[in-house]
Design a protein around this ligand. Structure first.
Ligand SMILES: N[C@@H](CCC(=O)N[C@@H](CS)C(=O)NCC(=O)O)C(=O)O
Length: 199
């Protein structure tokens, strides 16, 4: 499989999942300003224009970060990146994956837009602060589900990693800082950060 990514973008979550899985994959860097990769038009790969996209060995393209992560987890059952289908834990993990995708990831997305007005940005930051307060109460173990690690953890790490450039002071939430350290200590996370030129 091939992952279309942009350094430090949300595609890092799919990248971490791939490194956790042990599956063989290659990386293709996309320039999000021009929507080009290696001089070619990225819209031909993903007409929606955004990363991540996963090119399967059949040539099919899979998009949507949360779904790519589920796919990767299901392709590598031995890596235990999601609980077994049908179990209550599976739905708990998917609940987290969806929360990170729709509440945190998409809650933060407009903050990257320089055209977004400052007062509107503040409203979003206040909402995110409420989510982080709640998350801090829920995160009582090493990871979101306690301790097995799941793909949702790599996804949460990816979006919390945006705090500095978005001027969100994570020191207000020491539990979240501790969580980031837990995920960063995993070899697959460090490998992904290195492969994206982030460390
Ligand atoms: N719904 C998509 C959103 C992905 C997304 O927001 N990607 C951003 C980077 S974090 C992007 O590529 N933006 C550039 C663009 O939309 O042109 C998903 O969950 O995968």
């Amino acid at each position: 499989v091939k992952l279309y990514y942009s350094p430090a973008a949300c595609s890092l979550a799919s990248h971490i999942a791939l490194n956790e899985s042990g599956l063989k994959f290659t990386l293709e860097k996309v320039d999000l300003a021009s929507h080009k990769y290696g001089g070619k038009d990225y819209y031909q790969i993903n007409p929606k224009g955004y990363v991540p996209a996963l090119e399967l060995d059949t040539g099919e393209i899979l998009t949507e970060n949360a779904v790519i992560q589920m796919y990767v987890a299901d392709q590598a059952p031995k890596a235990n990146l999601l609980p077994k289908a049908g179990t209550p834990e599976r739905y708990r993990a998917l609940e987290w994956l969806t929360f990170v995708s729709t509440e945190i990831h998409k809650g933060l997305s407009p903050l990257w837009n320089p055209k977004f007005p400052d007062d509107a940005k503040q409203i979003l930051k206040d909402r995110i602060a409420q989510r982080y307060d709640w998350l801090s109460k829920k995160l009582t173990g090493k990871y979101l589900l306690g301790d097995p690690y799941t793909v949702a953890d790599g996804y949460l790490f990816t979006v919390l990693n945006w705090s500095k450039p978005l001027h969100i002071d994570l020191t207000k939430w020491p539990v979240l800082l501790g969580f980031c350290e837990n995920v960063k200590a995993r070899p697959a996370t460090l490998k992904s950060l290195k492969e994206e030129g982030l460390v």
